[in-house]
Each structure stands twice: as C-alpha cells, then as structure tokens.
Write a protein that binds this ligand. Structure first.
Ligand code: ITT
Length: 191
C-alpha cells in the first residue's frame, strides 16, 4: 500500500516522514498543484478534510496534519490561522511578538491533529496531540520551523528551536499525535 503525505509545508513534511520511516509503508508526497481549502472549524476537521480530499484525488491512502499555536492572552490566536497569520514564517513570529507585547500571561499551546483517510475518502484514524509552553520575548534557537524559536517548554528549559529533532519529536504536539496513531497505522497497513 502507498500512503500519500498530504502537506505542502516542508517543515512538517520532514517531521511526518521521520515518524513514519520505521513502518514498511511506501510514502509519497502530495502533488504540489493539489490545494485543499481549510474550511473546518477545528484542527481535527481540517486534518480530516485534507486527508479525505487528497485520498479521493489520488485514489490512495492519505495522511494529513493540521496544527497551530494558540496563545492564551490572544484568545487562542493565531490558532487555526497559524499558517496564514503573516506572509512568511519570520513575519508570523514578528506579528505574534508584537500582538503579545509585554503581556505577563505568556501561556500557549501547540495543537496537532492527524487524520488518515482510506482511498474512498473515509476517515480511518484521527488523533490530536497538545504541547503546553510559553511564548518567549525574542526568538531563540535555529532548529525546526514556523513558530519554534518563540515556543519555550519549561520542563526541558528550551524552545522547540533549541531542541534536537529527537527531543522535539518526543514531546511536541506532533509527537503526541503520531504516538497515538502509529499503532493503528501499523494494524491498518499490515492487514
Ligand atoms: P499543510 O496544510 O499543507 O499541511 P500548512 O503550513 O498550511 O501546511 P497548517 O494549516 O496546519 O499547515 O498550519 C500550521 C501552521 O502552524 C504552520 O504553518 C506553522 O506556522 C505552525 N506550526 C505547526 N506545527 C508547528 C511546529 O511543530 N513548529 C512550529 N510551527 C508549527
């Protein structure tokens, strides 16, 4: 069986491939011109939408990730709109730091929903992972992608961008979500 990784985000793609690499599944990347409009009201809805549409369009199994950063003092923004908060990843960080200013409440959480769709577009597995942290005053660290340089995890005293890929994989929102779906994925693809 083939599994299409339904993302156009290179940072995400790299992480998704790392979680899936030990499985005996042939991974393929979503065709670039296949764009799916994210009209859902939740991360799970959007992940399911992307997985379903890509599965239907390709006639293969598909896996999608919908994720974002919710900042408490900004009433959950940028949330579902994390990718569209500004034109580039660097500008997204600048905007978020500006909106938050010197607000004392810097609590935030990263959320990741993962969905796997069958070739007929029906959803076989859905899972959501969350990682709690705080927003730093300035970008710190050079690893990862997106908002990683400003997302600090107190338990390990590092931003996502300061962590090794292995550590981020263990504790991140995406890590949690993939730890949830991997056993089910194994069962699905071995039967
Ligand atoms: P696809 O829909 O093609 O997968 P996208 O970037 O549009 O790509 P989303 O709509 O799920 O995906 O947006 C998620 C955004 O949240 C992403 O662009 C990043 O800015 C941010 N994000 C998600 N996970 C992240 C992580 O682990 N580290 C840093 N930023 C992350």
């Amino acid at each position: 069986k083939i599994l299409i990784v339904a993302t156009g985000n290179p940072g995400k793609l790299k992480e998704m491939q790392a979680y899936l690499e030990d499985l005996e599944i042939e991974l393929q990347i979503k065709p670039k011109d296949l764009e799916i409009e994210e009209t859902g009201k939740t991360f799970v809805e959007n992940a399911a939408l992307k997985a379903s549409q890509v599965a239907l369009a390709t006639g293969e199994w598909a896996i999608a990730d919908d994720s974002g950063l919710a900042v408490e003092a900004l009433n959950g923004a940028p949330g579902l709109y994390s990718a569209r908060y500004a034109p580039t990843e660097a500008e997204c960080i600048v905007r978020l730091l500006k909106e938050l200013g010197d607000h004392p409440n810097r609590n935030a959480e990263f959320i990741c929903a993962v969905a796997i769709a069958r070739p007929d577009g029906s959803i076989a597995v859905e899972y959501q992972g969350i990682c709690q942290g705080t927003i730093t005053n300035e970008p710190t660290g050079i690893g990862g992608f997106g908002y990683d340089p400003i997302f600090y995890v107190p338990q390990v005293n590092m931003t996502f961008a300061q962590m090794s890929a292995e550590l981020k994989h263990k504790i991140s929102h995406r890590g949690q979500a993939f730890q949830g779906i991997l056993p089910q994925l194994q069962t699905l693809f071995e039967s």
